[in-house]
Design a protein around this ligand. Structure first.
Ligand SMILES: [Zn+2]
Length: 305
């Protein structure tokens, strides 16, 4: 079998220049604010209008506030920021999650939203210094936090997770269902990379743990951020030469199923299979394997969980 082509992944977007060199230029940040397009974010939700992200102008929000306004970058000289509102904010509007609106957004808006959400989630969950426990302050236009007691700098955290499409030599794919998922909801195997572990070793370990098969070939397919709250999904396909040994671990994975393309087509038609969301790596890997007809024959029946 020839290795699959690299995946084009919906959340992997870099249309806006992050312009990291401007983060320390306070004069620029302050002057850019008034004309900037600003996202509003609070508790995993963005302000939206008509199913799209709603951008307001910095000048309508008053002055730049360095503890809640994070610089996202520049495109065609236009600056972008996100204002990170507290949970009890009084801002009116239709706030929705990226999961709800993600499939409807332009690539540029998706890139901005993923960046904004990743950094905002990190600020919210890391308010204190990991060294001395003091409350830290947002610095460099939202890109780091600094401890006022010991001056240590703290950088946003990204959790690496592998995700893998397991195939056998007959080009069937193996999907699993986690205990916590609804009936008929299946997906590819995934897991966090542990300290001191390579991506490839993590793929081998996770597939053995969750599905009981060994792998003879592993190919890299691509990566995309998954800011729920702070992951980076690194995608692979892998071929097993022991498909007959496949079994669920009974702990995290309750059920596994092998699929040919016609098995999958039938299961979708009979509503005995629910696939992951369109914006997920898992969905894109399954569609790429399925090939022609994936857009229509696998449509509908998608689930977040
Ligand atoms: Zn400290």
């Amino acid at each position: 079998m020839a290795p699959s082509k690299p995946l084009k992944l919906p959340l992997a977007v870099a249309e806006v220049d992050r312009a990291a060199e401007l983060r320390s230029d306070l004069a620029y940040i302050n002057s850019a604010w008034s004309s900037a397009d600003v996202l509003l974010f609070s508790d995993e939700k963005f302000a939206t209008a008509n199913g799209k992200l709603f951008f307001t102008k910095g000048e309508l929000l008053g002055g730049y506030q360095d503890q809640i306004d994070y610089f996202l970058g520049v495109k065609d000289s236009k600056p972008f920021f996100v204002r990170h509102l507290p949970s009890d904010h009084q801002v009116a509007g239709d706030f929705k999650t990226l999961r709800e609106v993600g499939a409807l957004l332009s690539a540029q808006d998706i890139g901005l939203a993923v960046h904004a959400q990743s950094v905002a989630n990190w600020h919210k969950k890391h308010p204190r210094c990991a060294i001395c426990g003091e409350k830290t302050l947002v610095a460099l236009a939202g890109s780091i936090r600094r401890c006022p007691a010991d001056q240590s700098e703290h950088y946003p955290r990204t959790d690496s997770a592998i995700i893998v499409l397991v195939k056998d030599e007959d080009d069937r794919i193996l999907l699993g269902r986690q205990k916590v998922w609804p009936k008929n909801r299946f997906s590819t195997f995934a897991g966090f990379v542990e300290p001191g572990e390579s991506f490839e070793n993590c793929v081998t370990r996770e597939v053995m743990e969750e599905a009981g098969v060994s792998l003879k070939e592993i190919n890299y397919l691509g990566s995309q951020p998954w800011p729920f709250p702070a992951s980076l999904m690194i995608a692979f396909e892998a071929i097993t030469n022991t498909p007959e040994l496949a079994r669920p671990d009974g702990d995290e994975i309750e059920e596994i199923r092998w699929f040919t393309r016609s098995d999958m087509k039938d299961a979708i038609a009979q509503k005995t299979l629910i696939l992951p969301l369109e914006i997920s790596v898992a969905r894109q890997m399954i569609k790429a394997w399925y090939g022609a007809g994936a857009e229509t024959e696998l449509a509908g029946n998608e689930s977040w969980r």
